[in-house]
Design a protein around this ligand. Structure first.
Ligand code: F6P
Length: 548
């Protein structure tokens, strides 16, 4: 792989970065810390109540200086400006990218194709607030006069992952009289489990689909509609469904009452749509004031991304570190490890955000890249991961980069327990960076009384190579505003990466082929006599035998 060709203005800069990578790899983290014990002082930045400690990354001040030059040469700030002012930065779909307008608090008009986007957003926001108020206050009841106590969000991808992540993250702020559930998967299992225990009379179903054509969502929505109609009658559909889509005619055809239809626009990408009416289920769970705080938090991060100098700019720094780890240190995967159980769906949410956005192999002009783009992102909440895959993180053959997220305060008023989580997060970050050498292992084992030969036999198994780069993301507490900041921070980090790689972060053509093939195969699976390729026919025959 060519590690010097990147779409950056300066080849000399790219060469310098490659040289740095060789130097830093040879030095290792222990060497870096020995050279500069006060790394934290200049390798950490705090803004908007979020502290990024990147002092355990495999960098030093010289690397940082050149990475910042890379951001400058790649015109990251200009990229932000183009996105925020509504330029068509998604050329393959001819769209502006304006999820930031959904949380804008400035009120300044913003024209896209002749429409004032901010006015549209405010109008829909007010309708949503009214709807949420009517449902949660009991003014809007089910068809039989029952109060709504349960909400089912039916959607998938961006119409599910953001809402489910936020509802889980903000459980401590939730209205105990309203429980929100999620159905996304195509196989009907989630629907069957939920519909067996919920009462249609007290359930509101929110169908979230930007396009209203997504197979999974339509299939689950059809099951839900039948459930309501069978138990409460056709006339109940209007009282028990709401929907969010750009597709007004499909919402109409489904029977969604006009006041329960919420609009979305082409300039909001699915994976960036949490801030729109796609967040309706979140707002029903936590209330409109808390949802406003979520939007305000994201807006604060938008302001920061646009205004902060590159060296103090959290998303810029995170994007640069990601490119450094991926491109110069050849890391293939990135783990997100939140040390707060409330964030247990955050890695899943980030998977779509990051891999659907930047999992691309061509540049904006369609020419193939000759450098690696997005790493595989995965993760798990805090100490659960320690007892599962941390073994590989510490001693596996591939080095993985990591973000460890950590709040100062417990989300559930169990500060003693939370402090155990804090200690573990910090300990892991140190262990990932420093490792544990063979001579340290030998000394420890001999001090424990092992013979020299027994200690020598065991020591190699105890070695941790270290040099696993990680960042800590710290904040006071996981409240709605902070969640808004964190999500917007990652959105902008992903954008920064895309600017550096010169790829379009806002289309997703890679999801189409599989969908088309599945559409073609469905009649064959249902035995409707469609000709298929012999290997598929053999599998279908076997499945059909087992399904007799
Ligand atoms: O997986 C492809 C995708 O188009 C995502 O980008 C999107 O979030 C998801 O499907 C759901 O799409 P929709 O909201 O249109 O149902």
């Amino acid at each position: 792989m060519n590690t010097t060709r990147l779409p950056f203005a300066s080849t000399a800069l790219a060469t310098r970065l490659s040289d740095h990578a060789a130097r830093i790899t040879a030095l290792g983290f222990r060497g870096l810390r020995a050279e500069d014990p006060n790394r934290y002082q200049h390798l950490s930045v705090e803004a908007e109540g979020v502290l990024l400690d990147f002092s355990r990354q495999q960098i030093d001040s010289a690397v940082l200086t050149d990475l910042l030059a890379l951001a400058q040469a790649s015109q990251v700030s200009e990229g932000f400006a183009a996105m925020f002012r509504g330029d068509v930065i998604n050329p393959t779909e001819q769209r502006s990218v304006l999820h930031s307008a959904l949380r804008d608090q400035s009120g300044t008009p913003l024209l896209v194709a002749g429409d004032d986007v901010r006015a549209l957003v405010n109008e829909e926001r007010a309708r949503r607030r009214q709807f949420v108020q009517a449902v949660t206050s009991g003014e809007r009841l089910g068809a039989t006069g029952s109060r709504i106590t349960d909400v089912i969000n039916i959607g998938i991808g961006g119409s599910d992952l953001g809402p489910v992540m936020a509802v889980e993250a903000l459980k401590s702020y939730a209205n105990p009289a309203m429980t929100v559930h999620f159905v996304s998967n195509i196989d009907g299992v989630q629907w069957a489990d939920l519909s067996a225990r919920l009462h249609p009379a007290s359930t509101l179903i929110v169908i979230c689909s930007k396009t209203f054509t997504t197979l999974e969502t339509l299939s689950n929505a059809t099951l839900a509609r039948a459930w309501i109609v069978e138990r409460l009658g056709e006339a109940a559909v209007g009282s028990h469904f709401a929907a969010v889509s750009v597709n007004q005619s499909a919402m109409n055809a489904f029977g969604i009452a006009p006041h329960a239809r919420f609009a979305l626009w082409d300039w909001v990408g699915g994976r960036y749509s949490l801030w729109s009416a796609i967040g309706l289920s979140v707002e029903l769970a936590i209330g409109s004031e808390n949802f406003d705080a979520l939007l305000q938090g994201a807006y604060a991060m938008d302001q920061h991304a646009q205004a902060a100098p590159l060296a103090m700019n959290l998303p810029v720094l995170m994007g640069l570190l990601a490119v450094w780890n991926r491109h110069y240190l050849q890391q293939t995967s990135h783990a997100v490890l939140p040390y707060n159980q409330r964030l247990h769906r955050f890695p899943a949410y980030l998977q779509q955000l990051s891999m659907e956005s930047n999992g691309k192999r061509v540049r904006r002009d369609g020419t193939p890249v000759d450098y690696p783009t997005e790493a595989v992102l995965w993760g798990e909440a805090g100490s659960n991961g320690q007892h599962s895959f941390f073994q590989l993180l510490h001693q596996g053959t591939d080095a993985v980069s990591m973000d460890l997220l950590l709040s100062a305060c417990s989300s559930v008023d169990l500060q003693d327990s939370h402090e155990l989580a804090i200690a573990n997060a910090l300990a892991q970050a140190e262990a990932f960076a420093l490792g544990y050498t063979e001579s340290e292992a030998l000394a420890e084992l001999q001090a424990k009384g092992l013979s020299k030969s027994a200690a020598s036999a065991l020591a190699p198994h105890k070695v941790h190579l270290g040099n696993r780069p990680s960042s800590l993301l710290l904040f006071a507490r996981l409240d709605p505003a902070t969640l808004g900041k964190l999500v917007a921070l990652y959105e902008h980090k992903v954008f920064v990466e895309s600017v550096l790689w010169d790829i379009n972060a806002f289309d997703q053509w890679g999801v189409e082929l599989g969908k088309q093939l599945a559409d073609r195969l469905t009649p064959a699976v249902r035995g409707q006599g469609v000709a298929v390729e012999p290997s598929i026919a053999a599998i279908l025959a076997r499945l059909s035998h087992w399904n007799r």
